[in-house]
Design a binder for this molecule. Structure first.
Ligand code: ZN
Length: 240
C-alpha cells in the first residue's frame, strides 16, 4: 500500500492543471489569414452569377469526379481521387473570421457536382497525401476565383507547376463585365491590388514598384478597403 504524502498530492494537482491547460489550448489557426466576406454575400447568388464574371481557364482536365465533401475553402473530397487540396491558395481555418464564407462558396460551386482537376505536375501530393490541384468548375479556375473574390490568400510553396501570383495579378474579367449593382465593385476598381508586406504600401498591379516586390512580401487584396483594413496605405506614385 503506497502512502499518499503531501508531495503526491502536489504532483496530482500539477498533472491535473497541465491536462486542463492542454484541453483548452487554442484552436489551430494556420497562417491566421482572415477576411470580411460573409455567407450572406453569396447565398442569394447563383453559380452562374458567380462564374459569369470569370474567363474560362486554359488548364486542361487531368482527372474528374463527383465532389462529395467540402472540408473547408481549400480542401474537398473528389470521388475516385480522394482528398484534394487546392494548390497555391489558403482559406481561413475553422473558427477564423471568413472561414464560413470561404467554405460556403466552395460548397456552392462544388458539392454534389462533377469537378475537374489539373494536378500539380511538380508535386502531386502534400505531406498529408492530399492531391494538389487546380479545381476546375464549369471550365473556370476555382483557385484563381477564390483569390480574386478575396476568399483566399496566396500560398505559394515551390516546387509547383502553378504560380498563384499570376492568377491574382491577371486581368480581372469582372472589369469587362461590370455589374453596377454589385455592392463590392465600389467605384469600379474591383480589380486586385498588390501589397508589400515590408513597406505596408499597396499598389495598382501596373505600378512600376510591383515587379520589385519579392514574392515573400507580395500580398494580393481584392479591394482598397481590404488593403486599408489590413493596415496598408496607398502608394503615392500609382495612387491605387
Ligand atoms: Zn505604386
Amino acid at each position: 500500500m503506497v502512502k499518499i504524502t503531501r508531495n503526491h498530492i502536489f504532483l496530482i494537482i500539477i498533472i491535473l492543471t497541465l491536462v486542463g491547460v492542454m484541453s483548452t489550448a487554442v484552436a489551430y489557426t494556420g497562417t491566421g489569414f482572415s477576411h470580411n466576406k460573409t455567407v450572406s454575400d453569396y447565398n442569394s447568388l447563383s453559380i452562374k452569377n458567380i462564374l459569369d464574371k470569370y474567363n474560362n481557364t486554359t488548364y486542361k482536365s487531368e482527372a474528374s469526379g463527383l465532389c462529395t465533401k467540402v472540408y473547408d475553402g481549400d480542401t474537398i473530397y473528389v470521388e475516385g481521387v480522394g482528398k484534394v487540396r487546392l494548390v497555391g491558395v489558403n482559406t481561413p481555418e475553422k473558427g477564423v473570421k471568413g472561414a464560413d464564407a470561404s467554405k460556403y462558396f466552395v460548397e456552392k460551386l462544388c458539392l454534389n457536382r462533377v469537378v475537374h482537376l489539373n494536378i500539380d505536375d511538380s508535386k502531386h501530393h502534400d505531406k498529408y497525401s492530399r492531391t494538389l490541384a487546380v479545381v476546375i468548375v464549369d471550365g473556370k479556375n476555382l483557385n484563381e476565383i477564390l483569390l480574386k473574390e478575396g476568399l483566399a490568400e496566396i500560398m505559394f510553396i515551390p516546387p509547383s507547376e502553378f504560380n498563384p501570383h499570376n492568377w491574382a495579378n491577371s486581368d480581372t474579367p469582372s472589369s469587362t463585365n461590370q455589374k453596377t449593382s454589385d455592392p463590392h465593385s465600389g467605384n469600379g476598381q474591383a480589380g486586385t491590388y498588390i501589397g508589400n508586406a515590408n513597406s505596408l504600401k499597396f499598389h495598382n498591379p501596373s505600378c512600376k514598384s510591383v515587379p520589385k516586390i519579392s514574392d515573400k512580401n507580395k500580398i494580393t487584396f481584392s479591394s482598397r478597403e481590404e488593403a486599408i483594413n489590413k493596415g496598408y496605405s496607398p502608394c503615392k506614385i500609382c495612387n491605387p
